[in-house]
Design a protein around this ligand. Structure first.
Ligand code: LMR
Length: 335
C-alpha cells in the first residue's frame, strides 16, 4: 500500500529528478538544513560552513538554506520532516534517534563512557561509527558524518555535588532512554522536552535543572536561569549529519561528489572548533557570574560513577550488550 509518507517521499524524489535534469540556467537544487541550536555553536557554524562550501563547489547549482534555532521544526518534528522530504538535511543529537527506531545511537549517552574527544574519535571514526550510521538506511536516511559538540555539565538552582543532591529534582532530558535511566539512577525525575522549550521551562520552574555542553547552555542563556552547575563531564552530546536518502541518491553523481567534499571539509571544520567553542562558552558563563560552577572532587566523581554504574546493566537490552562490549574494547575500558 502507498502510505502518505511513501507518497510524499516519492513525489519529492520525482521533483528532484526533474530538477537535476534541468539545464544550467534552471533553478538550483535546494537543500533545507534545519537545526535546533543557535548559529554561534559548533553545529550552527558547521551548517553554515557546509552551505558556504556546497554553494561554492557546485558553482551555485545547489543552494543550501540553513534554518537554525528550531525556526522550522522542533526536535521530533524535524526527523519526521526529513523522512517526508520537507527538509533534506539535519544534524540531530545522537540522543534523539530512539523515536526513529535506531536507539543504538544512545550508546553515546552512557554515563562516564568516554574520557574526552580522543575516545570519541575512536568510536565515530571506526567500525562502530560506520555501522551505526548504516542502520539509518532502512529508515530512508543516509548518515553522512559525525559532528562534535561536547561533554556535559549538570545544572540546577541548587548545588549538585553528590548524587543525593539530585533527589526529587525535575531534570529536562533529550528523548533518550539511557538519559532517562541516568537521571533516575541519580534519584531525579527526568522529563523529556524539546530543546526550544528548555529555557522557558527552567525560567518558570517547570523543570529544576538540565544537562548540556557549555556551548548549548550559554547560547540558550540557560546560565541566566540556573544558579548552579557542576562541570561533571559525565556524558557526551554530539550529532549525526543526516540526509533524506531519496533526495541524496536522486542527485546528479557529479553534484553529489561535490557535496560529499563540502561535507567532509565542513566536518573537519566543525570538529576542529567544538572543544574550543565549549571552553569559550564556559569561560563566558563564569565571567557573567550568574551561575556558580563547581568542579567535582575525586571523591565526588567516584560517587557519581558508582551511582551511575547500574545504568549499563539496565540499558544493555536497549542498545545491545554486544555494542556496549565493542565500545568498551575499542576504548580499552573492558578487561
Ligand atoms: C538538546 O536537545 O539538548 C540538544 O540535542 C540540542 C542540540 O542539538 O545540541
Amino acid at each position: 500500500m502507498l502510505t502518505r509518507r511513501t507518497f510524499a517521499r516519492l513525489a519529492g524524489a520525482a521533483a528532484l529528478a526533474l530538477t537535476v535534469a534541468m539545464p544550467a540556467w534552471a533553478e538550483p537544487v535546494v537543500i533545507k538544513f534545519s537545526h535546533v541550536v543557535a548559529p554561534d555553536t559548533p553545529k550552527g557554524k558547521g551548517a553554515d560552513k557546509f552551505k558556504e562550501l556546497a554553494e561554492k563547489y557546485t558553482d551555485g547549482a545547489v543552494k543550501v538554506e540553513v534554518y537554525p534555532n528550531s525556526q522550522l521544526y522542533k526536535d521530533k518534528e524535524e526527523l519526521e520532516a526529513l523522512q517526508l522530504g520537507a527538509v533534506q538535511m539535519l544534524a540531530p543529537s545522537l540522543a534523539k534517534f530512539g523515536p526513529l527506531g535506531v536507539q543504538q545511537f544512545e550508546v553515546f549517552d552512557l554515563p562516564f563512557l568516554m574520557n574526552g574527544y580522543d575516545d570519541l574519535r575512536k568510536i565515530t571514526d571506526g567500525e562502530i561509527g560506520k555501522s551505526l550510521l548504516s542502520k539509518l538506511e532502512d529508515k530512508g536516511i543516509i548518515g553522512l558524518a559525525y559532528w562534535d559538540n561536547g561533554f556535559k555539565v549538570m545544572s540546577a538552582n541548587s548545588p549538585l555535588r553528590t548524587p543525593d543532591d539530585f533527589l526529587g529534582l525535575k531534570m529536562r532530558i533529550q528523548s533518550s532512554k539511557i538519559l532517562e535511566a541516568q537521571m533516575q539512577a541519580l534519584g531525579a525525575v527526568p522529563q523529556v522536552m524539546a530543546f526550544s522549550e528548555v529555557y522557558q521551562a527552567l525560567q518558570t520552574g517547570v523543570v529544576d535543572g538540565t544537562e548540556n555542553p557549555p556551548s548549548n547552555m550559554y547560547t540558550q542563556k540557560m546560565h541566566e536561569v540556573q544558579k548552579h552547575a557542576t562541570i561533571s563531564n559525565h556524558g557526551y552530546l554530539g550529532y549525526a549529519v543526516i540526509v533524506n536518502k531519496a533526495f541524496w541518491e536522486g542527485l546528479d553523481p557529479a553534484i553529489r561528489e561535490k557535496l560529499s567534499q563540502a561535507m567532509a571539509e565542513s566536518t573537519d571544520y566543525a570538529n576542529s572548533i567544538a572543544k574550543q567553542e565549549n571552553e569559550a562558552a564556559l569561560a563566558a558563563m563564569k565571567a557573567a557570574g550568574k551561575t556558580e560552577f563547581h568542579e567535582l572532587t575525586e571523591d565526588e566523581r567516584a560517587e557519581w560513577v558508582e551511582a551511575l554504574k547500574p545504568v549499563y546493566e539496565e540499558m544493555s537490552g536497549r542498545v545491545g550488550a554486544d555494542l556496549i562490549e565493542q565500545v568498551g574494547s575499542t576504548l580499552g575500558t573492558t578487561n
